[in-house]
Every structure is written in C-alpha cells, then in structure tokens.
Design a protein around this ligand. Structure first.
Ligand code: NAP
Ligand code: MN
Length: 314
C-alpha cells in the first residue's frame, strides 16, 4: 500500500509540473452554521497553495451571503459548459448526494473528484470536516490514490434521459402512484432471468451497493469488482434474492405492469415513463475517479459508517 502511494505521488507531481498551477473546481451545496469555519479554512488553504479556483456559482453566492467571506475565485461556473476546460481536480463539498451531482459536471472527463463531507461522513464524500487541512496537504503532496468507479449507461427507444443517461449508483424502476405491484421482466445477455412481481427493481453498480440496494438487503460490493447487483424492492416472491451479475453483460429490463406509468431513476434524477418501455443497461465506457487520502480505505470506511467496530469483540 505504502509503495502504491509513493509511485502515485510521482505521477501526480508530473501532472502538476505539466500544467504548473493546479486548476481545481469546487462544487457544493448549502451547509449549516457549524461548517462555516471549515469552508473558509478550505479556501484559505487552496489559496495558499496558489491553485486556480473555479466555483459553482450558486455555491459561491451562498458562501458570500452566509459566511460573509469572499473566496475570490478565478472563475465561476453554472453548468458543465461554463466549467474551466483544463481541470486537474474537482472538490465536491456536501454529502454523497452532492458527490452524485458533481459527477454530472465531470461526465466522461475523468477528472478526479474529492468528496468532502459537510455533515455526517459518507461513502463517496469520505473526507470529514476535521480532516480537511490534512487531506488538502496530502493532495498537495501527492499522497493520495485515485479509485475508479464504474457507471451504468441506460438506453431506450424513447430517449428518456436526454442529457445524461448514466448513473454512478443505480437505475431504479419503481411503481408510481397506484397500490398495485408492477411486473418487471429481466433478460441477461438475451437470456430470460426472471419476472419480478414487486414494487420495483434496482440495478446497482458496486458504488451503489452501499446506497438504496443496501437498504433492500443487497450485498456490499467492493469498488472495482466489475459487477452489477440486481435487487428487487419488496418482491412478492419470497425466494427471490439480490443477484450479482458480471458488468460486461447487457441487462434488459421490461416493465409489463398493470399500471399505466412508473418511475425510472438514475441516481437522484427521475422520469415518469409509460408501460412497455424497454431499458437496455450496460456498463458505461468511462469511469469516475474518486480520491482517497492515505489511510482512508474502503474497508475503513464501511467499518466506520456501518459501525462494525462497535462490536466489543473487535
Ligand atoms: P437522499 O435521499 O439524500 O439519499 C439517501 C441516502 O443515500 C443519503 O443518506 C445519501 O447520503 C445516501 N447515499 C447516496 N449515495 C450513496 C452511496 N453511494 N453509498 C452510500 N450511501 C449513499 O438522496 P441523494 O443524496 O440525492 O442520493 C440519491 C441516492 O439515494 C440514490 O442513488 C439511491 O441510492 C439513494 N436512495 C436510497 C433509498 C433508501 O435507502 N431507502 C431510497 C431512495 C434513494 P447523503 O445524506 O450523504 O447525501
Ligand atoms: Mn442526500
């Protein structure tokens, strides 16, 4: 592990030398009183490092109003089209949900995203408030790893998600406003798997395995496992269980239900669609790079978040 960090530090330094000044974007959501000082400290540190800073405009306005502090960015952006071209890194400040939003700015640009948590510790936003100075110093010195996260891509004849048909966590098919169950047929590489009689169905990536799928009894899947997890929501067939599928397979999801409309969501975005929509899901041909500071591993993260260490025997 130690060696990994050393070799990585070399490659990062080379990147910095090429572009000389590190160019970073900051995306964030509104925060509470208790995070004010940390935000100010964050900007003071990156200013000290002479980074070229680009801030998401609504976040910049919020900071000025709420903290009475101006981080004096070099640039502001409101959508991905107005984001600086040659970025080295993005900081996402908020929760895991904020991280998911920052992904839709980075898209396929493969720029590493650092998740800083402004509240409870998250899985994606894995740097806590008190670790901000330590994490920024580690990044400046190249003492970090990037971890690649797969996304899934959803296509259908009806072009449901016009702008962005990718998800880092999962695609969810759910019943909408009626009391009836929906019926969902699934085919894996053209072969029939099952018809689910349920409230819905989730196809999650390893990243999404700790999100909605986990609440439904799905397994925790380590990042990089190259799998999808298919987890039903309240299946009315009690022998149906979450199933893990290699992510090089194509998954077809067909809703044959009795209701007229149902919901399809990609992470936090959702659309209402009519029945008989067919979704083709495959792994996206790009990945999201998340940043991990030395010592902050996925296993540490799940032990902390899921409180495994609270067991006195550990
Ligand atoms: P949200 O309602 O705030 O999200 C629900 C919870 O999921 C939040 O605690 C969120 O963390 C957490 N979360 C998001 N991605 C995660 C990940 N990869 N690993 C572990 N926890 C994760 O809505 P949101 O923040 O926009 O997030 C959207 C996601 O919420 C969806 O992709 C879905 O996975 C999840 N969700 C879960 C349920 C459920 O468990 N019953 C129901 C609906 C949606 P933060 O509080 O840090 O944002
Ligand atoms: Mn959230």
């Amino acid at each position: 592990m130690h060696q990994d960090f050393q070799s990585l530090s070399v490659s990062i330094k080379l990147v910095n030398q090429q572009s000389e000044i590190m160019q970073v974007a900051v995306f964030g959501k509104n925060f509470k009183e208790g995070f004010k000082d940390s935000v100010i400290e964050f900007f003071k540190i990156i200013k000290k490092f002479d980074y070229k800073v680009s801030i998401f405009e609504p976040y910049y306005d919020f900071i000025k109003d709420f903290c009475l502090y101006d981080p004096e960015p070099d640039h502001v952006f409101s959508c991905c089209d107005t984001m600086t071209e040659s970025l080295d890194m993005m900081f996402s400040i908020g929760g895991d949900g904020t991280f998911l939003e920052s992904v839709s700015f980075i898209k396929d640009k493969e720029i590493p995203i650092v998740g800083i948590n402004s509240g409870r510790l998250g899985f994606l936003a894995n740097i806590s408030q008190e670790d901000i100075p330590l994490a920024l110093n580690a990044i400046e010195e190249g003492r970090y790893l990037t971890e690649e996260r797969t996304l899934l891509e959803v296509n259908s004849e009806k072009d449901i998600f016009k702008k962005y048909n990718f998800a880092l966590n999962e695609v969810t098919v759910q019943k909408r406003d009626s009391g009836s169950m929906i019926t969902i047929k699934v085919f894996i590489n053209g072969e029939f798997l099952n018809t689910y009689w349920a409230d819905g169905l989730i196809l999650a990536t390893p990243t999404g395995s700790t999100a909605y799928s986990l609440s439904l009894g799905g397994p925790i899947v380590v990042p990089g496992s190259q799998n999808f997890i298919l987890t039903p929501i309240a299946s009315h067939n009690l022998t149906v269980r979450p199933i893990v599928i290699p992510d090089n397979n194509e998954i077809i999801i067909e809703v044959a239900g009795r209701t007229e409309n149902y919901l399809i969501s990609l992470d936090h975005h959702f659309e209402v669609v009519e029945k008989n929509t067919v979704l083709k899901v495959k792994v996206a041909d790009f990945k999201i790079k998340t940043v991990r500071i030395e010592g902050n591993t996925f296993f540490n993260n799940i032990r902390d978040k899921l409180m495994w260490g609270f067991d006195k025997r550990n």
